[in-house]
Design a protein around this ligand. Structure first.
Ligand code: C2E
Ligand code: MG
Ligand code: MG
Ligand code: MG
Length: 279
């Protein structure tokens, strides 16, 4: 056994060969407690219009500061929550919190959209449409200010079911984006038949933009494809001015990445929007 951390008079351990003490098991348990104690947080990352540089929207990204391990990446705990089913509770909370926040920005006279990641398991919940409709009603957020991000794999798991789900969701008036576009098994037939509003070009493509001409051409073709399908397009993971310049030159509609801002608490977005006086 490895002693991972010691709290006040107690030690927590984990051991990868004993499932009852694996890090995954401990994280799952502690996540349950964090949910109960309402200790999860949302951060928001700016999404800007390439041509004007204006803030158009933000993506809500979950944060968990573990009392002893420190910050745990959603890349680690979201799959655990997916597997355990905790994602349903977490997802419902994220949705409500993000909509509530976006409503505040809207009440302050802005029209900032909020992007919410919807996990496959959430999308496959039978009452997901009713649930989202309920959150919109309760929070009073204009549906067109909510953008749901789903991944290609979620869309393709049960294409027929997902197609009807997405159509019902669309009828609520919200928009739908494909997250990490290009990293899954993209099928042109689903892209054409699904009611999708925006493609989010995966960071993997953005980060290689400067390396070789061929990468730039691939991204350029994704942008053309989006235009053909009458969808918008946003590049994820933009980190350098050079990447941004290339993306502007190939007419990528929106950009998101550390260059424009990391995921930050809502109060930092307020400041960006000049909603609170900066000190
Ligand atoms: P994602 O939805 O593709 O979110 C974008 C991720 O890229 C975020 O990581 C963001 O912090 C990171 N990122 C943004 N710009 C840059 C950049 O310029 N450079 C680099 N290196 N990274 C950048 P994060 O917050 O760690 O989230 C990771 C993934 O966890 C998300 O990927 C999403 O799949 C999942 N996730 C996060 N929050 C939620 C949530 O509330 N619900 C669900 N179901 N999944 C979530
Ligand atoms: Mg996302
Ligand atoms: Mg993404
Ligand atoms: Mg993702």
């Amino acid at each position: 056994y490895q002693v991972k951390y010691g709290g006040k008079g107690h030690h927590r351990m984990y051991c990868e060969t004993d499932p009852a003490f694996s890090r995954k098991f401990i994280l799952e348990q502690d996540l349950g407690q964090a949910i109960e104690e309402n200790r999860l947080l949302l951060h928001y990352q700016p999404q800007i219009d390439s041509a004007s540089g204006q803030l158009k929207g933000v993506e809500a990204l979950i944060r968990w500061n573990h009392p002893t391990f420190g910050p745990i990446s959603p890349v680690e705990f979201i799959p655990i929550a997916e597997e355990s089913g905790q994602i349903l509770t977490i997802g419902a909370w994220v949705l409500k919190q993000a909509c509530r926040q976006a409503k505040q920005w809207s009440d302050a006279g802005t029209s900032i959209k909020v992007g919410v990641n919807l996990s496959p398991r959430q999308l496959h919940q039978p009452d997901i449409v009713g649930q989202i409709a309920g959150v919109l009603r309760e929070t009073g957020l204009a549906p067109e200010l909510l953008d749901l991000e789903i991944t290609e794999s979620a869309a393709l798991e049960q294409p027929e079911l997902v197609l009807s789900r997405l159509s019902e969701l669309k009828q609520l008036g919200l928009t739908i984006s494909i997250d990490d576009f290009g990293t899954g098994y993209s099928s042109l037939s689903y892209l054409e038949s699904f009611p999708i509003d925006k493609l989010k070009i995966a960071r993997q493509f953005t980060s290689k933009l400067e390396n070789r001409q061929v990468n730039r051409k691939i991204v350029s073709h994704i942008i053309d494809l989006a235009r053909t399908l009458e969808m918008s397009v946003i590049a994820e993971g933009v980190e350098s001015e050079n990447q941004a310049e290339i993306l502007r030159s190939i007419e990528c509609v929106e950009m998101q990445g550390f260059l424009f801002g990391r995921p930050v608490p809502a109060s930092d977005i307020d400041r960006l929007l000049s909603l609170t006086p900066s000190e």
